[in-house]
Design a protein around this ligand. Sequence first.
Ligand code: ADP
Length: 261
Amino acid sequence: VLTWSMLIFWVISILLSYVLARLNMRPILRSWQLQREFVANAAHELRTPLTVIQNKLELMLTHPNDKIMDQTEQITLSLSEVRRLNSLTSDLLLLARSDSNMTQIRTETVPMKAFLTEVSQPYSEIAASQDKQFTEQIDLDRRLTIDKQRIHQLIVIFLDNALKYTDPGDTVTLMARVVGTRWELQIKDTGIGIADADKPHVFDRFYRVDKSRSRATGGNGLGLSIAKWIADSHRGRISITDNVPHGTIFTISFPLTHPKN
Ligand code: ADP
């Protein structure tokens, strides 16, 4: 009996390992792990501003007779943390929805020159207010099929970063042009640059090269992962190169031959 049961056990384990090998569990396990890391990181990011708000409110309660005028510093700090929470939760919601394919892409035919000029229009003023320069070179006199809102969001992510990671006196440039069978956007800055070792990771969720600089300028480490999702959803490719002598060039290239273009 023992020999028979051992034989059956042996056959079952061989069958089981064969089935598991065929199923190729590795990508599934990897995606579970990524999902767990995402939730843990999200909880951690949410807790920081919540703790600040809790402390400020508790501090205000220790002086219940103070007039609102005397509490403006606590209120202003709490409000900026609420704003951070607000933008963090909308980024998290967008990524969670994109994971489960719940975010739809709504394409339309767009005159690109007018659209890109409109998107970049506020940046001359924003850059000037930070003692930086903004220039644009838009050579894209075509109508293309895109999700206007999402491509707008993608450009804003790159332009905001370019300004965020440059010092006063630096220049940010937006370029758009056709290259062969593709059209491309290029966001170039003369800022702090990205080390080769960090380049492959900057699109990972919550990845920040310099956490304190990123936090101080309102970053949550999700911008580039959202930009990557938007590019992917338009069959786009993103590359990062160094801007010599210093700075970064992000190039996002899309096929001109969109089914509807
Ligand atoms: P964040 O909200 O921290 O800016 P992102 O996902 O947009 O997050 O970017 C990830 C990280 O990549 C940033 O924290 C920063 O370290 C780096 N980075 C992004 N854009 C630039 C840039 N133009 N120049 C230098 N570093 C950049």
